[in-house]
Design a protein around this ligand. Structure first.
Ligand SMILES: [Zn+2]
Length: 85
C-alpha cells in the first residue's frame, strides 16, 4: 500500500522515510530524484530548489535500474504533496 510520496519528485513509497509522525527522517536517498530525506526536502523552499535542479539536469533516476518500464515524469510529478509544489 502506498502511504507516502516523495516531496521532490512524487515517487510513491510503501513507508514514509520521515517516520510515522513525519518528524524523524531516516536520511535515505530517493531512488528516483536522489534527494536526501530530511535534508533536501526539509522545507517547501528547499524541496522546490532541489526539484528545479533535478529537472534542469534532465530528471534522471538516481538508481537507473529501478526506473519502471514506461515511466512518465509528468504523471509522477502530479503526486507531489500540494504544500511542496
Ligand atoms: Zn524523489
Amino acid at each position: 500500500m502506498v502511504t507516502w510520496y516523495c516531496r521532490v519528485c512524487g515517487l510513491d513509497y510503501d513507508e514514509s522515510p520521515w517516520g510515522p509522525n513525519e518528524n524523524a527522517p531516516d536520511h535515505s536517498i530517493c531512488e528516483c530524484c536522489g534527494a536526501e530525506f530530511g535534508y533536501h526536502d526539509h522545507t517547501p523552499a528547499s524541496t522546490r530548489q532541489y526539484r528545479a535542479t533535478w529537472l534542469a539536469n534532465g530528471a534522471l533516476w538516481f538508481y537507473p535500474k529501478l526506473k519502471p518500464e514506461g515511466w512518465l515524469l509528468a504523471e509522477q510529478l502530479e503526486q507531489i504533496p500540494d504544500m511542496y509544489l
